[in-house]
Design a protein around this ligand. Sequence first.
Ligand SMILES: C[S@@+](CC[C@H](N)C(=O)[O-])C[C@H]1O[C@@H](n2cnc3c(N)ncnc32)[C@H](O)[C@@H]1O
Length: 247
Amino acid sequence: MLGRLFRDTLRTISGEPHAPEADTPRAEEVNPLEEYFFNNPGRSMTKWLHYLEIYHRHLVKFRGCSPVVVEIGIGMGGSLQMWRHYFGPGAQIVGIDNRPECLDLQDDATTIMIGSQEDREFLASVRQSLPRIDVLIDDGGHTTPQQRTTFEELYSHLQPNGVYMCEELHTSLWPSWAGGHGKPGTFLEYSKSLVDRLSAWHSEGQATLPVDEFTQTTHSIHFYDSVVVIEKRPMERPRQLRSESAG
Ligand SMILES: C[S@@+](CC[C@H](N)C(=O)[O-])C[C@H]1O[C@@H](n2cnc3c(N)ncnc32)[C@H](O)[C@@H]1O
């Protein structure tokens, strides 16, 4: 209830209409992640407020389905507890961090793996330990090499209908983080280049845009402030059909 009050207050302050948005899941319902966040019974966490809507929009389909959820970047451990609550008792929640002290957060409901998201050998061991991953949330160190290495090593390992999220893309814009607006090679620019690969079916054989594994396994890419969400789905060459009047 507090979460709803807080959200409504924010909407009032920002002058947003209260009308439900058509494409948000069960729009009239309180977002359970907001509910949890604003009534947090567990360890602390820090979130950009708008991420809670993004999570719910893309992850609601896994609730109650015993998903394997991997979060890179444990922090104080609060979000691992939030995921447990959100996805339900059957979920396997896995936290990855390069700080060994995070092992203290391991319990019956939560697996902790220690290693760097920039270490390809470590990520290979993650693939071996977790034959199925449904959801991967990259909230680790937020540098381009970390984000890119993690994507390259784990995206193709996600199950065929899995969801991949990378947060804090704004670090790609920061000169102090080797970024900059439009700077080639940042993870934000790399993510944008993936958009073309969705439509490679139509490249008419141009060598720079072949139909590749990404094209064949990715349904959609969603950009938000500081977040990219990539939804997998087995894809086939698109078909265009004509529907004639049956009358
Ligand atoms: C922003 S915090 C994560 C917050 C947490 N997800 C939450 O919402 O409460 C970032 C975490 O990433 C971890 N981290 C930094 N560099 C890393 C790396 N190379 N590999 C794995 N984890 C890393 C840090 O130790 C820290 O715990």
